[in-house]
Design a protein around this ligand. Structure first.
Ligand code: ZN
Length: 246
C-alpha cells in the first residue's frame, strides 16, 4: 500500500493542481483536512478531490468543520473567520456534505491513523514540538500517525531508547522509517499555505509495505491564488503570505 498524503489545501486550486497532476505511482490518496479556508477556490478544490480517480480517504480540518457550521469561529484569527464566512455562504448540497466528516480516522488494517491536528484533540491541538509529540504518542493507537494543521513537513518518532525525537525532511528525500523508529507522527506539510518559509506546495508519499516516506515540493502559480483571493475581496494578508510560505 502506497499513499499520496496531502493536507491543508486551503482552497488553493493552483497548488492542489500542481500536486495532483503528477503521474504518481500510488494506490490511494489520503487527505488530512482543511480543504477549504483562507483561499478563494473552495468549491473547485472540493470538486477536484471528489472527482479524483484514486481511492480517497480523508479527515476534516478545523476550517472544514467551521465552514459547515460544526465548529465555532471564536478560536480562528480574524482573517480566518472572514474566509470561513465567505466559504460557508458558497457551500451547499453535495459539496457541503462531502466536507462534513470526522477529524480522525483509524485504519488498523494499515497500522495508520489519519488526523487533522493531534490524536489528543483531532481538531485543534498543534503538534509543534517534541513535547507535544511525546504527549500525542500516548493517544495514538497505531504505529503511524499522519497529521496536518501546523503546515510544516516533519516527522516525530520514538527512538530506540524510547525517547521522542524529531526529523526535518528535505524535498525529494526518501526516508527509511525503520531507521528512525516507531511509533511515528508524520506531517506532509501544506499543499496550499506552507508555513516553513518555502512557498512551494508540499506533500508526501508513504509506502506502508516498504516502510519509507518521501517528501515533495512543487512550484505553482502563487500569483493565480493571490489574484483569486483579491478578486473575492478576502483579506490582503491571506494573499501576501503565500509568496513567503508563512
Ligand atoms: Zn490548516
Amino acid at each position: 500500500m502506497r499513499s499520496l498524503i496531502i493536507s491543508d489545501i486551503h482552497a488553493n486550486l493552483a497548488a492542489l493542481d500542481a500536486v495532483l497532476r503528477r503521474d504518481w505511482d500510488v494506490d490511494e490518496l489520503w487527505c488530512l483536512g482543511d480543504v477549504v479556508g483562507y483561499g478563494a477556490e473552495p468549491l473547485e478544490c472540493i470538486e477536484s478531490l471528489m472527482t479524483c480517480t484514486l481511492p480517497f480517504r480523508s479527515v476534516a480540518g478545523n476550517h472544514d468543520l467551521a465552514a459547515v457550521g460544526e465548529l465555532a469561529l471564536a478560536r480562528f484569527i480574524p482573517e480566518g473567520q472572514e474566509a470561513i464566512g465567505w466559504t460557508a455562504s458558497r457551500l451547499a448540497g453535495p459539496r457541503r456534505r462531502w466536507l462534513k466528516r470526522s477529524a480522525l480516522l483509524e485504519l488498523p488494517e494499515y497500522g495508520a491513523t489519519l488526523v487533522h491536528a493531534s490524536p489528543i484533540d483531532p481538531v485543534w491541538m498543534y503538534i509543534n514540538s517534541i513535547e507535544a509529540a511525546g504527549a500525542a504518542f500516548a493517544d495514538l493507537n497505531t504505529q503511524i500517525g499522519l497529521f496536518g494543521h501546523t503546515h510544516t513537513p516533519i516527522i516525530y518518532y520514538v527512538d530506540g531508547s524510547g525517547q521522542p525525537d524529531i526529523f526535518r525532511p528535505c524535498a525529494g528525500q526518501r526516508i527509511d522509517l525503520d531507521v528512525l523508529g516507531k511509533p511515528l507522527l508524520l506531517n506532509p506539510g501544506s499543499v496550499g499555505q506552507p508555513r516553513d518559509g518555502d512557498p512551494r506546495s508540499s506533500c508526501a508519499v508513504l509506502d506502508l509495505d516498504a516502510h519509507w516516506a518521501e517528501f515533495h515540493r512543487f512550484t505553482y502559480s502563487v500569483e493565480h491564488a493571490q489574484g483569486m483571493i483579491r478578486a473575492a475581496g478576502l483579506p490582503e494578508s491571506l494573499a501576501e503570505r503565500l509568496a513567503f510560505g508563512v
